[in-house]
Design a protein around this ligand. Structure first.
Ligand code: APR
Length: 245
């Protein structure tokens, strides 16, 4: 496959690599996606669970849903695709290149796989944020929702970005800069439907980056990609890194 050989060559020579991941990369770890056939939004209305209004309306119900998701994440393990991205980072940095992994995922699996230069655009399920003083803190292994702030004792919410909310301070600027400057951009496991994350692939392409997508399904990004590997993340990362000297 000409495209794959070319992509491997480009990746092996790339100096500035930017990666965007979505829920699809964690599916092999047993974490459900959102918009797939069996995705979360097929069984749960995001307007009832993933908006500030939903939380204000029924914080117990929202916390019960997040406690269930947190349990699934704690039981999950990083899969070979997560580990491949941590390895790719090490190889690019080892030859003096720059690398940034931007994830929409809130499951913490990239960090557990060893990725260092990481931006969690949508927050992290394993942290809570105090509704009164704003303090962020890790959630204990076992906790009865809602968790209370260790600093001021007030109720805390999941430290994730809900629909209609702003991204964490500085996260977007860092992500946008990395994709605008990239010479190789890789987009893995996202439906590329949710903004602003979905724009990162287009920003990289417009700036002249070599754009590769890994997804079993086509997405709005597919027409732009120099190579769109119609495979799962594990197989796609294996194919991209194969033969790397
Ligand atoms: N490997 C790679 N991709 C896969 C795999 C796999 N094994 N299985 C499914 N996919 C792809 C699907 O084809 C789909 O395009 O993963 C994508 C998952 O898309 P979504 O469920 O929409 O998840 P994502 O793109 O991460 O959603 C973005 O939307 O609901 C919000 O905040 C939430 O961060 C999330 C954001």
């Amino acid at each position: 496959m000409e495209g794959l050989a070319e992509a491997r060559k480009r990746l092996a020579q790339a100096q500035r690599v930017a990666v965007l991941t979505g829920a699809g990369i964690s599916k092999p770890s047993g974490i459900p996606t959102f918009r797939d056939a069996e995705g979360l939004w097929k069984n749960f209305n995001p307007l009832d669970y993933a908006t500030p209004e939903a939380y204000a309306r029924d914080p117990e119900r929202v916390w019960a849903w997040y406690a269930w998701r947190i349990q699934k994440v704690r039981e999950a393990k990083p899969n070979p695709a997560h580990h491949a991205l941590a390895e790719l980072e090490r190889r690019v940095l080892a030859r003096g290149g720059s690398f940034l992994l931007v994830t929409q995922n809130v499951d913490g699996l990239h960090a557990r796989a060893g990725s260092q230069n990481l931006v969690e655009l949508h927050g992290n399920l394993l942290r809570a944020r105090c509704e009164a003083c704003g303090k962020r803190f890790p959630l204990p292994e076992a906790f009865t929702p809602p968790p209370l702030c260790p600093a001021c004792g007030q109720r805390a919410r999941p430290d994730v970005v809900w629909f209609g909310e702003l991204l964490p301070e500085g996260a977007w600027e860092k992500a946008e800069k990395a994709f605008a400057e990239a010479d190789f951009a890789l987009v893995v496991g996202t439906s590329a439907e949710v903004e602003p994350a979905a724009s990162l692939g287009r920003i990289a392409f417009a700036s002249g980056a070599y754009l590769v997508e890994v997804n079993p399904e086509p997405t709005p990004l597919t027409p732009l990609a120099h190579l769109s590997l119609r495979t799962g993340a594990v197989e796609g990362m294996e194919a991209l890194l194969a033969g790397w000297s």
